[in-house]
Write a protein that binds this ligand. Structure first.
Ligand code: FPP
Length: 220
């Protein structure tokens, strides 16, 4: 969701106005996702390092998140969207924590889209926490504890970093970078990113399919 601040600055508005526009865009993207074949969508709403932002901005982000949950939880139930938050909860305001727990409970049966909001999230901390909770540590057990592998990672706002997001899960993610600021990243941009993803050959370390077929034919 990068670019909220710059989107606002380019219009002579305070950063918080960019975040308000960013939240409005979350609803648009969430609505478009299932029709594009997206079953799991994880949005990086607030990183564990975002606490370093000015107190007023942090507070406004937390309020926007709470408002989003209050507004969208009933709509999510109606639209088959399962809401979940990933990240630490102990540093969140108790009211926001309760809103997250409630949203997760009432949307749990949603199957159209699994919408995960990364809040106070750090990929490195998530790996540590998952590993600490495991009796037996292996790729499989850790992968299962962390969550689904990422197929496509979209970074908006012209940034080209992972910024501690889903580090393990992104092992074989296809990366798409968009210069569009998040509030302007619309359904057409999402469709474009999905198209680019579908055009990629995912080899997972193996050889390209065509080459494999040619090699097999040559060995026959
Ligand atoms: C990135 O833009 C945006 C954020 C760090 C915060 C996004 C979170 C919210 C708007 C809270 C509500 C979230 C949801 C999912 C309902 P930036 O501030 O880094 O912008 P910049 O890159 O232009 O500085």
């Amino acid at each position: 969701m990068d670019g909220n601040g710059r989107w606002a600055a380019s219009r002579g508005l305070p950063r918080t106005a960019g975040h308000v526009a960013g939240v409005a865009n979350v609803s648009r993207v969430v609505e478009a996702a299932p029709d594009l074949g997206i079953g799991v969508l994880t949005l990086f709403a607030f990183s564990a390092d975002n606490w370093r932002r000015p107190q007023a901005e942090v507070q406004s982000l937390m309020e926007l998140l709470a408002e989003y949950l209050e507004r969208e939880t009933p709509r999510s139930v109606a639209n088959g969207i399962r809401l979940q938050a990933i990240g630490r909860r102990d540093r969140l305001d108790p009211g926001l924590r309760a809103a997250i727990t409630r949203a997760e409970a009432v949307t749990a049966a949603g199957t159209r889209l699994w919408l995960r909001l990364a809040v106070d999230y750090s990929g490195r901390d998530a790996i540590l926490a998952a590993a600490r909770g495991l009796m037996e540590l292996s790729r499989e057990t850790l992968g299962t504890a962390l969550g689904p592998p990422v197929d496509l990672l979209i970074r908006t706002g012209g940034e080209r970093r992972l910024s501690d997001f889903l580090l393990w899960e992104c092992a074989y993610a296809e990366l798409v970078f968009s210069r569009r600021m998040w509030p302007d990243f619309d359904a057409a941009d999402l469709a474009g990113a999905v198209r680019e993803f579908r055009g990629r050959e995912r080899r997972f370390g193996a050889v390209p399919q065509k080459l494999a077929r040619a090699t097999a034919a040559w060995l026959d």
